[in-house]
Design a binder for this molecule. Structure first.
Ligand SMILES: Nc1nc2c(c(=O)[nH]1)N[C@H]1C(S)=C(S)[C@@H](COP(=O)(O)O)O[C@H]1N2
Ligand SMILES: [Mo]
Length: 322
């Protein structure tokens, strides 16, 4: 599949972080309005409204899965987001995602399973004990955060539906709400946003079905009411606002592979040795901690989760399977 007929992705989406930020700085300096309403033609949906208070979501802190790095300030983790259904600017999700309708909410488990089931969000919150896990997260754009998530291993849910012998992969489907998502018009992605994992990756205990962060339910901009978190892969694997989980036999489509297959592979493991075709992945900027010109951190293989996950890829060429 070729992508060269016409550019489907806007520059703001694909430029490395530094370039994008300096462009924003330039726009600020030049006095160009930064509100998305002015830039992207999005309606100014309640920009003045204060964010709704989020309900607490109590969880026991995991004994196993807490990284030592200090957590990213909540303010940064909830205002610097990628959620393209709400626009492409980092501030768009926090400005616009209050229109996301998160109740009622169900997640369908379907495909190659003996017992297909639909769970509503209350059932999901009660399905297994909620844990707080502090994970390192790394976006393919070159920035990272450390986030205290609330949820449990996705395997707790998947094992309840008994995958058949044909199930080799799992696909995750985000919601599409045409009236509530001002970013859908961009057409850079073929909605709904979809992602996929191999079955053993989906069943790995680190892979988390996530319903909260910072001790509260997920804010809409972070993927309310339920999302995936896969800490050893680039952030785009962690699909937000999931409505369906499908067991499939063949490697499923993922939105970024469909958009730009030459740049985004199925595996998307964090790997400092495999550069993105247009920028290095050797280092990262930790959001909230470092200034734009502060020294960057070295990116770790599998985002630092090699002890846990390297065995999943034994014998695979991780340059080919990027
Ligand atoms: N449905 C959906 N899920 C998504 C995205 C998106 O645009 N739409 N962006 C991905 C990307 S690129 C990243 S880096 C993370 C960001 O998660 P955060 O905003 O909670 O940090 O969400 C991922 N999940
Ligand atoms: Mo990302």
């Amino acid at each position: 599949m070729s992508n060269d007929r016409y550019p489907r992705i806007r520059a703001s989406e694909i430029t490395p972080e530094e370039v994008w930020l300096s462009r924003r700085d330039w726009m600020k300096t030049a006095g160009i309005a930064m509100a998305s309403g002015a830039l992207g033609g999005l309606p100014a949906l309640g920009l003045a409204a204060s964010p709704p208070a989020l309900a607490a979501l109590a969880a026991k802190r995991s004994a196993q899965y807490v990284v030592m790095d200090p957590s990213t300030p909540e303010k940064d983790a909830t205002t610097y987001n990628n959620y393209y259904e709400f626009g492409m600017d980092k501030a768009d999700p926090s400005n616009y995602a209050h229109t996301l309708k998160t109740s009622p909410w169900t997640v369908k488990i379907e495909g190659e399973v003996v017992a297909p089931k639909t769970f509503d969000i209350d059932a999901l919150r009660k399905l297994a004990p909620l844990e707080e896990r502090v994970y390192r997260m790394r976006c393919v754009e070159g920035w990272s955060m450390v986030i205290p998530w609330v949820g449990y291993s996705l395997s707790e849910l998947l094992k309840q539906v008994q995958p058949t012998g044909n199930a080799k992969y799992v696909q995750f489907v985000s919601d599409v709400q045409p009236n509530n998502m001002p970013g859908l018009g961009a057409r850079s992605i073929d909605w709904p946003y979809v992602e996929g994992l191999r079955l053993d990756e989906a069943m790995h205990p680190l892979t988390m079905l996530t319903m909260g962060m910072y001790g509260k339910v997920l804010p809409n901009q972070n993927g309310a009411p339920v999302r995936l978190v896969v800490p050893w892969k680039y952030g785009f694997k962690s699909a937000k606002s999931i409505v369906a989980i499908r067991f499939v036999e063949k490697q499923p489509a993922s939105s970024w592979m469909k958009s730009i297959p030459s740049e985004y592979g199925f595996y998307s493991n964090v790997n400092p040795e495999v550069s993105h075709p247009r920028w290095s992945q050797a280092t990262e900027r930790r959001i909230g901690e470092d200034g734009l010109f502060a020294p960057k951190r070295k990116t770790l293989m599998f985002n630092g989760y090699g002890n846990e996950v390297a065995s999943l890829y034994q014998g695979m060429d991780l340059r080919k399977n990027f």
